[in-house]
Design a protein around this ligand. Structure first.
Ligand SMILES: Cc1ncc(COP(=O)(O)O)c(C=O)c1O
Length: 414
């Protein structure tokens, strides 16, 4: 059993997550599907309930007390996320529905305005579909070419071949900070420097990084960065696009509607200041409030302690899983290069069967292509099972996972 981390009180931390305290199929729930979405602490649930119970009104429109409070809550949440990501100012934070919408926003505005038929868009084969398809749509409309950074046999970016695909034709590069399918952590600051050297911009899909580590957009030096609230203990349907103010200023609006205009005339309109120019319609106010509460919660626990705990649990899981006969783990061997995701296959058992049998023992993992079909193709598998860990998981839960995998081995004679 790994050592207890000083200052990290796991039982009382777990007690703050009501959803963890339940039985599934007659066994205490072991929730290992955190890369898909994380559970929510009481602090986040209370912040959302409190907003609806006391302050609910539309933002930016009314002069009455509740509207004033709703606007204050909403804009305070923006400032909270600005400090969470170390943005220069709250105006650099655009609310979106999540990472997917943030990437679509950049693809649908900046890219359509700036990418032409002689240009190239550079992605990697490690990307989530959210960071592939929006760029393919841009390529279809502009005639630009999509190119890929390949992976090595441990599912790391093959950066020794970066200069083969990154060059003067590259207009924008879009990469995940941490892979949802393999857990690989990419050296974003280093890649960003190389991208800027050829005069291109870089967007980072931070859906899997925001929950696990401090995101400092100024230190990373990138141009666009996206995160999702629901993967970092916040609510679903809310996320953020961060971009430097001068980029946001020059970008076209994303969607048209209320909130995003300054003046509407019969023959045309002018736009509101950034970030409101990108936020048409009534926003997800309670979602923003909940995401800010999640940022408070995570920083309250402390990212240093979260990282240390996750490394202990993931290290233990890698050790235990690698002793299971017939089990293959995908992704980097070194804990220094991976985050909380362990993708695996077990003999010839189909990952969906693995997941179903684990569920019958109360262990929740995901099975499938994890919206990363190019990763599956790279490793020549149709699907994997994926156990993904977060700050509240325990080494006892790893033991429950391994025990349930014994049942799978028994059934499939692995
Ligand atoms: C790496 C990565 N990018 C993008 C997304 C999409 O995030 P969302 O569904 O919150 O928009 C996910 C979600 O699984 C992800 O893991």
């Amino acid at each position: 059993m790994p050592a207890v981390i000083e200052g990290f009180d796991l039982p009382s931390l777990r007690a703050q997550f009501p959803a963890l305290d339940q039985e599934v199929n007659g066994r205490p729930l072991v929730y290992l599907d955190n890369a898909a979405t994380a559970q929510k602490p009481r602090e986040v649930l209370d912040a959302i309930a409190q907003f609806y119970e006391r302050d609910n009104a539309n933002v930016h429109r009314g002069i009455h007390e509740l509207s004033r409070r709703a606007t204050e809550n909403f804009e305070d949440a923006r400032a909270r996320i600005a400090s969470f990501m170390n943005a220069s100012e709250p105006a650099e934070i655009v609310w979106t529905r999540g990472t997917t919408e943030a990437i679509n926003l950049v693809a649908g505005t900046w890219a359509l305005d700036n990418v032409g038929e002689d240009d190239e868009i550079l992605l990697s084969t490690m990307e989530h579909h959210s960071n592939i398809v929006p760029w393919q749509l841009v390529a279809e409309r502009t005639g630009a070419k999509v190119r890929y950074i390949e992976m090595d046999d441990q599912g790391r970016l093959a950066l020794d071949t970066l200069s083969d695909v990154l060059g003067e034709r590259t207009k924008i590069v879009s990469l995940g900070h941490i892979s949802n399918a393999l857990g690989t952590v990419n050296p974003i600051a280093e890649i960003t420097r190389r991208v800027h050297d050829v005069g291109a911009l870089i967007m980072i899909d931070g859906a899997q990084a925001g929950p696990h580590r401090p995101v400092d957009v100024q230190e990373l030096g990138c141009d666009f960065y996206a995160i999702s609230g629901h993967k970092m203990c916040g609510p679903t349907g809310i996320g953020v696009l961060w971009a430097r103010r001068e980029l946001l200023e020059e970008m076209s609006p994303y969607q048209g509607g209320g909130e995003m205009i300054r003046i509407v005339e019969r023959d045309g309109s002018t736009w509101a200041e950034v970030p409101h120019k990108f936020e048409a319609g009534t926003p997800n106010i309670a979602g923003a409030v909940g995401m800010a509460a999640a940022a408070d919660f995570l920083e309250g626990v402390g990212f240093d302690l979260i990282a240390e705990h996750e490394r202990t649990v993931v290290g233990y899981a890698m050790e235990q899983l690698s002793q299971v006969p017939g089990l293959r783990i995908y992704g980097p061997d070194s804990l220094d290069e991976r985050s909380g995701v362990i993708s695996f296959t077990l003999g010839d058992a189909h990952p969906h069967d693995i997941s179903t049998i684990l569920d019958s023992e109360g262990v929740a993992v995901r099975a499938g292509h994890h919206c990363a079909q190019l990763v599956m193709r790279h490793f020549d598998v149709a699907a994997t099972a994926r156990a993904s860990f977060y700050l509240y998981n325990t080494t006892d839960e790893v033991d429950r996972l391994v025990e349930a995998l014994d049942t799978v081995r028994g059934i499939f004679a692995v």
